[in-house]
Design a protein. Structure first.
Length: 467
């Protein structure tokens, strides 16, 4: 929260100290709402100019299957390999006759003619934290495995934070949001998920809570979305009262925040679009069921609604809290039962609902949809516990929308699904592709808080076919 420095002042108006703090420092997870809004006037619009060949995405949603989804059991099955490689699942046809998926991905299989499958992703970091850092920033993490669980302002920024700086959009909504929580470990905050060296003003908003709750509303917008706009508007008077009573605030830098940016902040939380987006309790129950009444399904539904409200990039994280096993896609044991019973069905249903909704409204043409994770799973099943281990040497990414030609596959794996056999690409290329699709030159130079230059990424966009 914003600390009101300077002389004290009375509260004879009856306004509580809590209410004054609430207005003086609307924030979420350490991100000042006023800072998020004030920066739009300073956006470096030149970097967002579109050129020949650029994608036409106006927004992006990333379904992040944290833990690492298995390529063999989903999007790159190897039915002709020995049982310890191919696993327990059969395969099914997709909407592209030459391609097959794992048998438990029937809805994704129907959509193959609308998306691109990247089958040659690879890198060298065998742990979740550093693998995710690379996928989010386009840069290798320079420190150790323990170090990556200590987020700092020296970290490279998440691509969503760079987007928030370069091209935040004209709408009232926050440009970069993570739903519902960061992917952290006990006692640590994983690097790469925030703005790092760009500073806190470009950090993402975190929705928090459990979107699957019947009465879900955002935890980190202090003014609850169900309050009437009139109630929110009355709080604007607090700004005037503070300024009238305290000369220090009138003349100091805090005054500008209260007079200008805090008023804009209240405009944001008073926006009908924002209030509708974050209030899932008002969504038709049939629509909620279509996405799946579980943490991930409702996170994807919320993510889609946030895009409609004006967010540029939403990342929906699969949380370890979902499911009885609580290991997300990190299937070191019971890989096949976990995939069949808990993991793939929830993902498949949410992805299908998102894609079909976007297509039905015409939004898919301008929305980049991504399914990704930090790495894949090992070709060989660990027999003692039926699991697949970490495997950064090969993994898959799905991309759709925003003009991407459906039905295409980029790259290929070897016969065991262990290493790329054609067109290997890495996280830096993945990040470059997202920037490119959003109309931003991936080699744009930004400056950190100490005015030191850095490039968005050194990778190159995937040469995908476009419509």
């Amino acid at each position: 929260m914003l600390s009101l420095l300077g002389p004290s002042f009375p509260t004879a108006t009856g306004i509580s100290r809590r209410e004054m703090i609430r207005v003086g420092g609307l924030s979420m997870s350490g991100v000042a709402l006023s800072d998020l809004l004030a920066r739009q006037a300073r956006a470096e619009s030149s970097a967002a100019s579109r050129g020949p060949g650029f994608g036409r995405a106006k927004r992006c949603i990333i379904l992040y299957l944290s833990g690492g989804h298995p390529q063999h059991d989903m999007f790159d099955p190897k039915p002709d390999t020995p049982a310890e490689i191919r696993g327990e699942f059969g395969t099914i046809e997709t909407s592209v006759p030459t391609l097959r998926f794992g048998e438990h991905c029937p809805l994704s299989a129907k959509l193959m003619n609308q998306m691109a499958l990247i089958r040659s992703m690879n890198h060298t970091h065998n742990d979740h934290g550093r693998g995710s850092y690379w996928m989010f920033t386009g840069y290798m993490y320079p420190g150790s495995v323990p170090d990556v669980n200590n987020m700092s302002r020296q970290d490279m920024p998440h691509m969503g934070s760079c987007l928030a700086k370069l091209a935040p959009g004209a709408g009232p909504m926050f440009p970069f949001i993570i739903v519902p929580h960061r992917m952290d470990v006990a006692g640590g905050r994983r690097a790469g998920q925030f703005a790092g060296m760009l500073g806190p003003k470009y950090d993402p908003m975190l929705t928090g809570g459990n979107p699957n709750d019947d009465d879900f509303r955002l935890e980190h917008i202090p003014l609850v979305p169900n309050e009437e706009p009139g109630i929110i508007r009355r709080r604007l008077g607090l700004v005037d009262q503070l300024n009238q009573q305290v000369d220090y605030l009138q003349n100091g830098p805090v005054a500008q925040s209260l007079k200008d940016n805090q008023i804009k902040a209240l405009d944001v939380v008073g926006s009908d679009a924002v209030r509708r987006a974050v209030d899932l309790s008002k969504v038709d129950q049939i629509d909620r069921e279509r996405y799946g009444r579980n943490l991930f399904g409702q996170s994807v539904l919320l993510g889609r609604r946030l895009l409609q409200a004006g967010t540029r990039l939403v990342q929906c994280n699969w949380q370890r809290a979902q499911g009885k096993n609580g290991f997300a896609w990190d299937t070191h044991w019971n890989n096949f039962s976990a995939l069949k019973e808990e993991l793939i069905p929830a993902y498949d249903q949410a992805f299908y609902a998102l894609m079909t909704d976007l297509a039905a409204t015409g939004e898919l043409a301008e929305t980049l949809v991504i399914v990704a994770s930090e790495f894949g799973r090992s070709p060989k099943v660990t027999l003692r516990n039926g699991g697949r281990e970490h495997w950064p040497e090969l993994y898959n990414v799905l991309m759709a929308g925003a003009g991407i030609q459906g039905g295409q596959v980029y790259g290929a794996s070897d016969k065991l699904g262990a290493y790329p056999s054609e067109n290997p690409v890495g996280p830096e290329d993945f990040v470059a592709t997202i920037y490119h699709m959003l109309g931003i030159d991936p080699h744009t130079e930004l400056h950190d808080q100490q005015n030191r230059p850095f490039q968005l990424t050194k990778g190159n966009p995937f040469p995908l076919q476009m419509t």
